[in-house]
Design a protein around this ligand. Structure first.
Ligand code: ACO
Length: 323
């Protein structure tokens, strides 16, 4: 059988770091409120010369270098983003061009904060279906550009950045012990579409619009949805929380991360948390957190790693990877 195995990982962050205290002159808030309610201490904010495509291309270059590959080795570029550089063409073709890839294909996926989970699952199917051999799966966002900087309930929560993985087709016995993507589960429920949305778009206002969120409503649903989909992945893979080496959740709010881990019985020391460094970077948050934990030596080849995200739509999902 074919398994989709992680061959390399990379990330890119905007140069400018914005600390919680930097908001104090912009909206009525405080470092203490933001840190206490969310765990966020700082986030990176894109400068004029930094875009979703430039950050995505930088993360992709880092992932290729980590994998010991060149752009010519890639036949699919898949970008998860809700903040594309343009309405079209896809940011993925822009990144394909920036990398000098002249073959294969590239497209974007949009599942808001769950985008990377949807994209890695999609890449896995393209690999297993024989349509691609090596895929760059990129989560890249510049949410700072769609924030309402007068709304303290949202502008303090998000940041910009990108993370990328190279997935590669490998012949495998496809047991739980073998490297690669082991199991996945995806969900969405559009009845919640008005709880977290952008109030503009090409088909309605003809403008980009701004992010709007009923934070308390999102919070109320998050833990239940996340734990349901993870329990589904556990059942598919025939494992329990004790079998995990690492839990790398979407980085929206430390309280959601802690409550989910507690409900699932995942030990605190197995949880990778980077929300304090990056804020919520939507589709970039899981690959950014993975990059940190791989770079500092926590996640190693052969570890069993659980990824999870929940976001606008609502969309949610989980992926189990033997690293
Ligand atoms: N600084 C100070 N006070 C604030 C701020 C702020 N930045 N923001 C809101 N407040 C105030 C509110 O106005 C409210 O005041 P009031 O009681 O006088 O009305 C009070 O703080 C409490 O507001 P809540 O919204 O109830 O605060 P809560 O504890 O729920 O925290 C938060 C808000 C952090 C947004 C939380 O609800 C949350 O994390 N929600 C989930 C967000 C999430 O997970 N999103 C994931 C998906 S993101 C995606 O898909 C793009």
């Amino acid at each position: 059988m074919i398994r989709s195995v992680v061959r390399g990982i990379g990330s890119a962050l905007p140069r400018r770091i914005m600390k919680n205290a930097d908001f104090e002159g912009i909206v009525e808030t405080s470092d203490e409120w933001i840190a206490q309610r969310t765990g966020i201490r700082q986030r990176h904010i894109a400068g004029d010369d930094e875009t979703t495509a430039s950050l995505g291309a930088d993360a992709a270059r880092a992932a290729l270098s980590n994998a010991g590959l060149t752009p010519d080795d890639i036949d699919l570029v898949l970008v998860a983003t809700s903040t594309p550089d343009n309405t079209f063409p896809a940011t993925a073709v822009d990144i394909q061009n920036r990398l000098g890839i002249r073959h294969g294909f590239a497209f974007d996926m949009q599942a808001v904060c769950s985008g990377f989970i949807y994209a890695i699952t999609t890449a896995d199917l393209y690999i297993k279906g024989g349509l691609a051999t090596r895929v760059l799966v990129i989560g890249a966002e510049t949410f700072s550009r769609i924030l309402d900087w007068t709304d303290r309930g949202t502008c303090v929560l998000f940041g910009d950045g990108s993370g990328a993985l190279v997935l590669e087709a490998v012949e495998s016995q496809a047991t739980l012990a073998d490297r690669g993507i082991v199991a996945a589960s995806l969900r969405s429920d559009g009845t919640h579409k008005d709880k977290l949305f952008v109030d503009g778009g090409p088909g309605t206002t003809g403008t980009v619009g701004h992010l709007r969120m009923e934070g308390r409503e999102v919070f109320k649903h998050a833990v239940g949805m996340i734990t349901d989909v993870i329990e589904d992945v556990f059942a598919k893979a025939g494992i329990t929380a004790d079998d995990l080496d690492w839990f790398v959740p979407h980085q929206a709010n430390k309280r959601i991360i802690d409550a989910s881990a507690r409900k699932l019985g995942i030990a605190e020391e197995k949880v990778v948390t980077t929300v304090q460094l990056h804020g919520n970077t939507s589709a970039a948050s899981v690959p950014l957190a993975l990059s940190v934990a791989v770079a500092d030596g926590r996640i190693k080849k052969g570890d069993l790693v659980l990824l999870e995200a929940m976001g606008g739509g609502f969309t949610w999902g989980a992926v189990l990877v033997r690293w």
